[in-house]
Design a protein around this ligand. Structure first.
Ligand code: XMP
Length: 326
């Protein structure tokens, strides 16, 4: 396939354009891969999901997907990956629950960059271990997209996931969406029949909920982040804010405050709600959440999430704050 996006390439905005792109890619993928085997790290994010769906169409069970659950995913995500890819699309899916391994390594680690390095490094180790168990893999598929290539050329971002694999693991890369912009990947994903909540998912950082559990991650505080995030997403969907607000999530900082629960003094965490709009994530404005919805969120979170007695709303735009907390 073309290594670079042709200057005159028409933006893929319709099902017809997406179908034509898919058909052409499938032909090229079959030519490139032949009867060899392909490996893919499937996070469940838009890009890797679209690559998986495309490869399943092109080469079926010559593809093996590895889904590493690092324990920092949102509620329901690993289950959805298994349901969509293993049960519905009949993919070869290796599911690795590495939660304990990641959380044990992260115990007592407070520095944000060290946390990121541990998560990234451990991910490569787990993925490489799984890859070694498989025979005759010659290709590694990646969900590289066009902005990743532009950013890595400008030196902003190192995008090559394969870059971290051990020296002796050499694969030829398969990157079927590398000339597409993000909005085009979504249109292609819909045309491939992926569920719309997967295709139109809000951005989610690689280190996952780990950056929303500031300081040293503990299992109980992480659970409070996951449960409060699930409530926020459910209420945004019910109230027509899903797809309208660019990114929204919860953070549970590492401090406690006093409160009253069931008539008794409590000393518990607070949940911070963050909801922002942006076009390029370089700057961001805070969403004006209706007051009544806010009250409902406070009531649900304080009654349903264990260890929480207080809810705060972060009104800070970027700058001065970043979108995430770490
Ligand atoms: P910040 O916090 O820098 O975030 O304002 C801007 C956007 O980038 C996402 N983000 C990340 N994505 N790995 C990622 O893949 C990361 O380490 C990371 N940190 C932030 C963030 O969610 C927001 O959309």
């Amino acid at each position: 396939m073309a290594d670079r996006r042709p200057d005159d390439m028409v933006r893929i905005t319709t099902k017809e354009l997406a179908d034509a792109f898919i058909e052409e890619q499938i032909k090229e993928l079959r030519e490139q891969i032949g009867d060899k085997k392909v490996l893919l790290a499937l996070s469940g994010g838009v890009d890797s999901s679209v690559v998986a769906a495309m490869l399943i169409k092109a080469v079926g069970d010559q593809l093996t997907c590895v889904h590493v659950n690092h324990g920092l995913l949102r509620k329901g995500e690993p289950e959805q990956v298994i349901e969509v890819f293993r049960n519905q699309m009949k993919a070869n899916l290796v599911y690795v629950d590495a939660t304990d391994r990641f959380l044990d390594k992260l115990a007592d680690v407070t520095d944000p960059e060290t946390k990121r390095k541990i998560i990234g490094g451990e991910f490569i180790d787990v993925f490489a271990e799984e890859a070694r168990k498989l025979d005759n893999i010659e290709f590694l598929a990646q969900g590289t997209i066009w902005p990743d290539i532009l950013e890595s050329e400008k030196g902003i971002k190192a995008h090559h996931n394969a870059g971290g694999l051990p020296e002796d693991m050499k694969f030829e890369l398969v990157e079927p969406v590398k000339i597409l912009f993000k909005d085009e990947v979504r249109v292609v994903g819909e045309a491939l029949g992926l569920p719309s909540n997967m295709v139109y998912r809000q951005p989610f950082p690689g280190p996952g909920l780990g950056v929303r559990c500031p300081g040293a991650i503990t299992r109980d505080r992480l659970e409070a982040v996951r449960e409060s995030d699930a409530i926020l997403r459910e209420e945004f969907a019910k109230n027509g804010l899903e797809g309208k607000v660019w990114q929204y999530f919860t953070v549970v900082p590492d401090f406690k405050s006093t409160g009253i629960k069931n008539g008794e003094r409590s000393f518990d965490w607070c949940v911070i709600i963050r909801a922002v709009n942006t076009t390029d994530a370089m700057t961001a404005e805070v969403e004006n959440i209706p007051f009544e919805l806010m009250q409902h969120l406070v009531s649900r979170i304080t009654s349903e999430v264990k260890g929480v007695n207080r809810v705060l709303y972060d009104f800070t735009p970027k700058p001065s704050a970043t979108i995430e907390y770490e």
